[in-house]
Structure formats: C-alpha cells, structure tokens
Write a protein that binds this ligand. Structure first.
Ligand SMILES: [Zn+2]
Length: 202
C-alpha cells in the first residue's frame, strides 16, 4: 500500500539543502522501500513525470521518474545516489516544477546525459537519456543539490495561456500536456526536445 506525501513548495528550507547520500543499509529498510512506493504514488497523483525526495521533505539523494512510455528503460525508474557520467550539448525548452506551482520558464539543459545510479535494491545501472527524459533527469538531479529551475531559467512567469499550461508538462507538469509531450518525444531521440517544443507551441 502506497500513500500520498505532501509536496513542499518553494520557500521550504528542505528544497534548498544538499541532500544526503543514501547508505546501503537504508535500502534494506522496509520503510525506505515504502518511501519509494509513496514517491511514485505522489508523483502519479500530482501528476508529474519526476519527483525527488526533497520535494516531499526527505533530504536524501534519490528520485523517481516515469515518462509514461511503454519502453522499459524510461520508467518507472528509481535513481538512488545518481550522478552523470557523461553530458553533451545544450538545448533550451520550457520547464515547470511541482514545487513551484503554476510557473514556467525557459531553461537550458544538456541535450544528452548518461546517468549512473543504484536501483531500489542497490543494484547499479546506467541509462542514456535524450529529449524530455534527459531534461527530467537533470531537473531532478538539481533538486538533490538544493537547486530549483527558477534559479537559472529565463523569463520565469505564471502559465497563462493554454499552451503555457500544456508546457507545464515539461518535466513535472499536468497530465494532458504530458501525453502530448510523450507523443512528441516518442520516436527519434536526438531531435526529441525540439519536437516536444514544437508540440507545445502548436
Ligand atoms: Zn521540480
């Protein structure tokens, strides 16, 4: 049984802390496994495609991601003590955050990353990400370091138009938009971000 946790918002001190590394024995604790289940439940309920532990007031280095695609390597995924082993390129797109409700901004991210992490059972894995998946991993990684996208984004503003509300789907937003972005991202990985942006401004 999984439970909804409260998502804390900008201004809460936990969002500004550098989160602590997860120790191996913590992964064996049933309460830690419960935490992961609760994070998925909370993320799906929001709805969002990524959620980091600090967003539910747990200052630990883990996040969950699910892009809602059928491909196995795109979620649901648990990243414990994640780090990027490769980063490449730059791409700008509209981004939102569950901890900064209703706001959007233009954010530059790496186009491609390779992320190495432990899964929920402590097994190391590595995943290559482009497009929305890559953006989502970088957004969640920032949460583990006490960084919000609004620290670095340009033109941060309330989402007003229908298109802007749909754009909230980028990274952590609303359900309709997520479906549209997922549709745009599916297919060619290299050009995924520009495609997603085209879909959002259509
Ligand atoms: Zn966020």
């Amino acid at each position: 049984m999984a439970y909804l946790r409260e998502i804390i918002t900008d201004g809460h001190p936990t969002l500004r802390k550098v989160a602590k590394k997860v120790e191996a024995d913590e992964l064996r604790d049933p309460l830690f496994q419960q935490l992961i289940d609760d994070m998925f439940e909370t993320m799906y309920h929001a709805p969002g495609i990524g959620l980091a532990a600090p967003q539910i007031n747990i200052s630990k280095r883990l996040f969950v991601v699910d892009l809602g695609e059928e491909k196995d390597d795109r979620g649901p995924l648990v990243f414990v003590n994640p780090r990027f082993t490769e980063t490449e390129g730059e791409v700008e797109a509209i981004e939102g955050c569950l901890s900064v409700p209703g706001m959007i901004g233009e954010m530059t991210r790496h186009a491609r990353v390779v992320c190495s992490a432990l899964d929920r059972y402590g097994k190391r894995f590595s995943v290559e990400a482009t497009g929305l998946f890559s953006r989502c991993l970088q957004h969640e990684m920032d949460h583990l370091d006490g960084v919000l996208y609004t620290d670095k984004a340009k033109n941060v503003r309330p989402a007003v138009t229908e298109e802007e509300h749909a754009a909230l789907a980028e990274v952590e937003g609303e359900a309709d938009g997520i479906a549209r972005v997922a549709q745009a991202v599916r297919g060619t990985d290299r050009d995924a971000a520009p495609q997603a942006e085209a879909a959002l401004s259509a």
